[in-house]
Design a protein around this ligand. Sequence first.
Ligand SMILES: N[C@@H](CCC[C@H](N)C(=O)O)C(=O)O
Length: 320
Amino acid sequence: MNIPYIKCHGSDNDFLMIDERKLESTLSDEEREELALLLCDRLEGIGSDGILFILSSDKAKARMRMFNSDGSEAEMCGNGLRCVARYVIEESGEEKVDIETEKAVLAVERVGEIYEGIDTFSVAIEPVSLRTETLPMNWTNEQAIEVSIKELTDQQTFTALSVPNPHIVSVVEDFEEETLETVGQKANNLPGIFPGGVNVSFVKPIDKNRIFVQTYERGVGLTNACGTAMSASSIVSVLVSGNDKETPITVMNKGGMVNCIVHENGEYRVELQGNATYVYEAELEVDISSQSFEESFRDVHKNENERYEELRTYAKSQGR
Ligand SMILES: N[C@@H](CCC[C@H](N)C(=O)O)C(=O)O
């Protein structure tokens, strides 16, 4: 099977982006899962946090499906949607389009640069729900805001929300990555509470409307950034740490930074704004039955990667 793809990232949460509309035939779900397992592996494969599949849609300009590196499909992917937004916007020549995702048709658009020289895209993160049943999370109350989950740790509290993929968020003064990994692993081995798994984020407030977020992602593990988690964390920071809605919250992460604008009009909605960087474009010859592939490189996007390095250096200098 011949598969052209673009290696891309949002805040260094990296993906292989495959336009299925350009393949001889669309893939089956088994093939998407097999491709994710084969290609995302960082030792034996190409290495990435997941695969973004672009399909045609009868509801929007295009449709995105996202598979995690463990082969599971997620309802939504914020950093990935920015990459798909760029691809579809550049393809259509329009500045604002709609993209179908599993749970919603979402507006995406090109917006003002988040950092000099960085083409920036904004994606809508919705629907948002604080009802535990939407994650799903088996819990005694309808909501879980700042609750202790003793099966995870007795040192922290968590807030649960779906955006619409499932997240729990803990606001802490400081944290070690190892603690996040331990808690994330436990949460994803607790089917009695989180039957579908859950993304776990630790949030460190830095200043007013500025936070640092890191996430243990369901289906992946620790990542440099997770767009839906940064959106969920921004909502939680409004709810429990006094950050302001309707104005950007700058979210620093291990791979860079984004802006999240939390809107509330009866329900929460977030505008997630950040980079959508192409690393390189290449072509694959894949044989799924023998679990093998060959890769031929076509085009490295050197200039934009150099510009992204400047953003990364700046973000690092702002600390965590
Ligand atoms: N990194 C993504 C989220 C990807 C899906 C997540 N691991 C899940 O299974 O819910 C993002 O940027 O939102």
